[in-house]
Write a protein that binds this ligand. Structure first.
Ligand SMILES: [Zn+2]
Length: 273
């Protein structure tokens, strides 16, 4: 992680989910909601388990972690739908905001080359964040298949374009997703669609990683899931440390991928190969 990001999100004070999360219905404060969700995402998006999260994937009585997962998902989905309704209605306001940005940086928004920029930028921003308009359930519902296949399924190097929620500049990279089926598989193209939906939002890489893993878990209850994202953050490349080649790698390992080193290693071999 960049010093930049770790500065703004102290790793040491992740609140416990059930107590720490405001209910989406009771709060209008997107920042609080996002901040809480973000803190949570830091708890387990690395290989080095602290043992704090052991998601139940075997149909046992839901544990606290299981409840957390549901809460988190609910929160992130509500977050998406609360603030994005009709994109056409939001365009004029967004264009006005861009006009103000242009003035704010010391330019003349009426200069010929910039006249249509607010409208264009507003449309572009709506596209960059179109993941807020899509529901995971709608995309996945018709793409879950009963199948006895029990070997690892890996979709690797899925291209990903997202926006860093701290600076509103892009982070770009590749996502690899693997899972061990448990009687059900996911249509392969849908894995890429999942990545698309979650990445086309204001994000932090840690949360994006976790959301993809949880969505796969939610959809097909596999024996295990692994997600690895490798990305370059423009907020690091163009400002801050200005290191052109520094990459941020995040991972989220659940179920067998977390518990069984052999499964995890097989996945890591496959995505590196
Ligand atoms: Zn950033």
């Amino acid at each position: 992680m960049s010093a930049d990001h770790t500065d703004s999100v102290p790793n040491g004070d992740c609140p416990h989910l059930p107590n720490g999360l405001p209910s989406p219905a009771r709060t209008d404060d997107a920042d609080i909601l996002a901040a809480k969700t973000h803190s949570l995402s830091l708890q387990d998006s690395s290989f080095h388990s602290t043992g704090r999260e052991n998601l139940t994937m075997n149909g046992e009585v839901p544990t606290k972690e299981e409840e957390n997962r549901k809460l988190l998902k609910k929160t992130t989905d509500s977050h998406a739908s609360l603030y994005r309704q009709d994109s056409d209605k939001q365009l004029p306001g967004l264009a006005l905001a861009y006009r103000s940005i242009i003035r704010g940086v010391g330019e003349d928004p009426n200069r010929q080359g910039l006249k249509k920029t607010p409208d264009r930028a507003a449309k572009a921003m709506m596209f960059f964040t179109k993941g807020y308009e899509e529901k995971i359930e709608d995309v996945l519902n018709d793409a879950i298949f009963d199948e006895d296949h029990d070997e690892m399924v890996v979709v690797k190097d899925i291209e990903m374009f997202s926006l860093c929620e701290h600076h509103l500049v892009p982070f770009i990279g590749k996502v690899s997703v693997g899972y061990l089926p448990n009687k059900r598989v996911l249509g392969l193209s849908k894995v890429a669609r999942l990545v698309e939906i979650y990445s086309r939002r204001l994000q932090v890489q840690e949360r994006l990683t976790k959301q993809i893993a949880l969505a796969v878990t939610e959809a097909i209850a596999p024996a295990g899931v692994g997600v690895v994202i490798e990305a370059v953050h423009m907020c690091m490349v163009m400002r801050g440390v200005q290191k052109l080649n520094s990459k941020t790698i995040t991972s989220c390992m659940l179920g067998d991928f977390r518990e069984d080193p052999k499964t995890r290693d097989e996945f890591l071999q496959l995505i590196r190969g």
